[in-house]
Design a protein around this ligand. Sequence first.
Ligand code: PEP
Ligand code: MN
Length: 362
Amino acid sequence: MNIELNIRELSQWGIPYSDVFVISGPCSAESRKQMIDTACAIAKYPVSALRGGIWKPRTRPGSFEGVGAEGLAWLREAGDRAGLPVTTEVAKPSHVEKCLRQGIDILWIGARTTTNPFAVQEIADALRGVDIPVLVKNPISPDLGLWIGAIERVNQAGITRIAAIHRGFCSFNEKVYRNTPEWRIPIELRRKIPKLPMICDPSHICGTVELLSGIIRKAMDLLFDGLMIECHINPRAALSDAQQQVTPRELGVLLSHLNVKQVSTDDPHYLRSITHLRSTIDILDEQIMQLLLQRMNISMDIGRLKKQNNISILQPERLQKMLQDRLESANRLGLDEQFVLRLYQYIHEESIRKQELVESGD
Ligand code: PEP
Ligand code: MN
């Protein structure tokens, strides 16, 4: 099901950008000088807006929690000097009021806040009757419903300039990234709300600057409309997220390598080739479906046999052996092991469900 929102496209926001809407600036506003120096240095590059965190939601008490409202004036002045609109995170109605009073141009709702519908609703209520762009970061957990819910709350308050920011998700298993990208979630969001502008925040996904270029490339491949990249005039001295902030010069290099992708082209050679390849895929998918149907029918035969003989549906040894064999085939054929493992876990889950239907039926 598609979700209809009353939203304006990015090109109707009234904020100039070239191909990609880039928001950059420090994780936190730390001093007037740091904000002005960073803003003037990044303004040389194709950046559309300046960021600076004023109230920082820190996981543990005792770390730097932002300079608070006095930083709003630094952010505003830095933006004015650099000729850039400015944006910061709001987590409660009093933040919204202070930002509006200071003339902040764009607001964003942070990941921890999106997680809490009460907090989002209070912010949305404070925004009623105000015409300001609002960016909604994904919640900490990979829960698309919560993300969409927050976007809907903001939209129902009358905000029409809305974008989603993908900043990755908390995960116990993730070892490489600070926040695992789980690309399937932003892809699904785009499928459900096609008109919603989407911004990728590689800084909070990566947690370290070395990984940024790979995530930026992926974001461009997945047609993200914008990027939020943390940049500090002297990252090593940063009071928050020091490892993931780039210098303005490094930002310039990252942006100079942006490879912006188009959804399509009218080149006839491309169109002929893609049509041929897609129809081949369609035929193969039909065959895969037929095979899956046959496989499920056999699972049900097995279910009947187990039922007649009072045998358990789950057969741990068989499952172990089956997955092992499939992984060996995957290796032999050059298919990705993790992909094949996940695929067969899904297939097995469905097979169990079918056998349970047999068990509870005739
Ligand atoms: C930030 O942008 O500095 C921030 C705190 O982000 P998130 O809400 O994504 O953790
Ligand atoms: Mn940060």
